[in-house]
Design a protein around this ligand. Structure first.
Ligand SMILES: Nc1ncnc2c1ncn2[C@@H]1O[C@H](COP(=O)(O)OP(=O)(O)OP(=O)(O)O)[C@@H](O)[C@H]1O
Ligand SMILES: [Mg+2]
Length: 537
């Protein structure tokens, strides 16, 4: 009883004292005292703290979003930390975030830092045009005082770069086209964007595994080569020329490159570009980390010397490129300045000062007829890597079989290597000279009939094609023999001529030669340059 009486009188005394303090010290003074106390505590604390609030005035704070993204994938949550799940707009994958009041520990440059996610109810909404969130959210960064100079601002730069990278990878690629013929949209952009959802990857791309690995390594070196390009004073860009017969996977390769690097794709339609100046404008409006593609470059522009061989008039004039750089229209007449693109305009596009107005860009040209391209386009340093996309080889065929017939893994496929169908495919695939696109078609047609039957169907197709080619060959030989019987002489000469002709006509033969030397087949010591680049990276 006495105890309770003593406690009651103590509380009464405390309330009295509080009343005296309140009466003696006005509210402002009390707040100032509290601030001073806080400052004193902080002055003696071994840590310093930084708040990253969700809202900066009325607008959202970009750093808050970046920190959230960064922490969700990079830093290790402390044991028991709760993660929130979200899917950003346009994204195809989920990201994890730190839930309220949880902490994560991160290390940077050898220093440990702690992030805490603080969520508190908002006091009063007040007036605003835009409703504010009901909760105030912020991340608080705690670092040791001694580490401050080491961490700031490098750590924040690191977070922003990492977050941008995560965002790019989690969002779908964009494909931009210049189909509006130079007309700008309301924001002054000449490119039309659409989500790029091409499913092709290097896993699904059918080509020789060693060449594929070399291209992937080259791309990786390029993407990680920021320091290398800076050190060597080279513009951070790379050119690839993909060439080969139709249906061998050139466009699929571009999609695989974009998916591999997480880059956007700019599909440049040269026939829609009317002048060099417009070409330059298009280039200036591309972003970093992108692949700029000109497909079928031999078809979309005319690379012959117009002055030497004027073309026949065409109903729809298209831009032409002259070797000497003169402005000449497709219809043969000399155009005024700004009327057409020139070869030098295109070369400047990939190679000149303007090409360096952004970083980390890849140029890809494709063609079915490399022999039609002007040597100036192929010379050393312009297109760093020439990649020949050939007819289907046996290793490439195995990738297609895996893709289309649902083999679980390489082992399952290898177990069939002694089967008649597989041995037949290996024996006939080269002779059939079939493109991966045609193989895919046959496999799609037969995919319901079971693996062995589908392979047998493919083998029948290979044999039929090889026989047709063989018949064509023997018909040619018979015709040659007929000519000879009709009074010709020099049988060996004619046979040799036939041989040469076949070798020229068959890209496969050419491909075999390229394969021996690998994917780099550039003239003028380009191999050495590319090799050199790779070695230094
Ligand atoms: N190397 C390959 N690996 C996997 N699939 C391929 C390959 N080549 C072709 N295909 C299949 O064939 C189709 C056509 O291929 P793609 O468009 O990539 O050929 P291309 O070489 O660009 O042809 P073109 O020269 O006519 O533009 C693709 O949709 C793909 O399914
Ligand atoms: Mg294509």
């Amino acid at each position: 009883m006495e105890y309770w009486a003593a406690l009651a009188s103590l509380m009464g005394a405390f309330a009295f004292l509080q009343g005296v303090v309140h009466a003696m010290f006005p509210a402002e003074l009390r707040a100032a005292l509290a601030r001073l106390l806080g400052r004193l505590t902080r002055a003696f604390s071994p840590y310093c703290y930084f708040d990253v609030t969700e809202m900066e005035g009325m607008s959202t704070n970009e750093i808050y979003d970046a920190v959230q993204l960064y922490l969700s994938s990079t830093a290790a949550p402390a044991s028991g930390a709760r993660l929130s799940l979200s899917r950003p707009l346009n994204a195809s994958s989920f990201t994890f975030g730190l839930a309220a009041s949880d902490r994560v520990v991160d290390t940077f440059a050898g220093c440990a830092v702690t992030w805490e996610h603080v969520v508190a109810p908002r006091q009063g909404q007040g007036f605003s045009w835009r409703p504010l969130p009901e909760e105030k959210r912020r991340f608080t960064l705690r670092i040791r005082r001694g580490d401050r100079d080491k961490l700031l601002p490098a750590y924040l730069d690191h977070i922003l770069a990492a977050a941008a990278d995560i965002k790019r990878r989690s969002q779908d690629r964009m494909l931009y086209t210049n189909a509006r013929g130079g007309v700008m949209d309301s924001r002054g952009l000449p490119w039309d964007p659409v989500p790029f959802k091409h499913p092709s990857t290097f896993d699904t791309l059918a080509m020789d595994p060693a060449r594929k690995a070399a291209i992937m390594a080259d791309l990786r070196d390029f993407a990680d080569g920021s320091a290398f390009y800076e050190r060597t004073g080279r513009a951070w860009k790379r050119g690839y020329l993909l060439y080969g017969p139709p249906g061998t996977g050139k466009s699929s390769m571009i999609a695989a490159m974009a998916n591999f690097l997480g880059y956007d794709v700019y599909d440049l339609e040269l026939t829609e570009v009317s002048s060099n100046a417009e070409l330059r404008k298009l280039l200036m409006k591309t972003t970093s980390k992108s692949i700029i593609v000109i497909e079928d470059i031999d078809c979309s522009v005319d690379l012959t010397n117009r002055a030497a061989a004027p073309p026949k008039p065409k109903p729809n004039p298209r831009p032409s490129i002259t070797v000497d750089g003169a402005m000449v229209n497709q219809d043969g007449g000399a155009g005024g300045a700004g009327q057409s693109i020139t070869l030098s305009g295109l070369l400047n596009f990939t190679d000149g000062l303007w090409s360096c107005c952004g970083a980390e860009r890849i140029f890809v040209f494709t063609t079915n007829h490399i022999e039609k391209l002007d040597p100036a386009l192929l010379r050393s340093g312009r297109m760093d890597m020439h990649v020949f996309m050939s007819y289907c080889s046996f290793p490439a065929l195995k990738i297609l079989l895996k893709n289309y017939l649902g083999f679980q893994d390489d082992e399952e496929l290898d177990r069939l290597s002694d089967s008649d169908a597989m041995r037949g495919l290996e024996e006939w695939v080269d002779a059939a000279e079939i493109t991966p696109a045609d193989v895919s078609e046959v496999l799609i047609k037969n995919r319901r009939s079971g693996k062995t039957e589908a392979m047998q169907g493919l083998l029948d197709e290979f044999r039929a094609r090889a026989e047709t080619r063989g018949r064509g060959f023997s018909d040619g030989a018979a015709a040659a023999a007929g000519n000879e019987a009709a009074g010709g002489d020099g049988e060996n000469e004619e046979e040799e001529e036939e041989e040469e002709k076949r070798a020229l006509e068959s890209p496969k033969e050419a491909g075999k030669e390229q394969d021996v030397g690998g994917i780099d087949s550039c003239a003028d010591g380009q191999d050495e340059e590319a090799e050199e680049g790779k070695k230094q990276v």
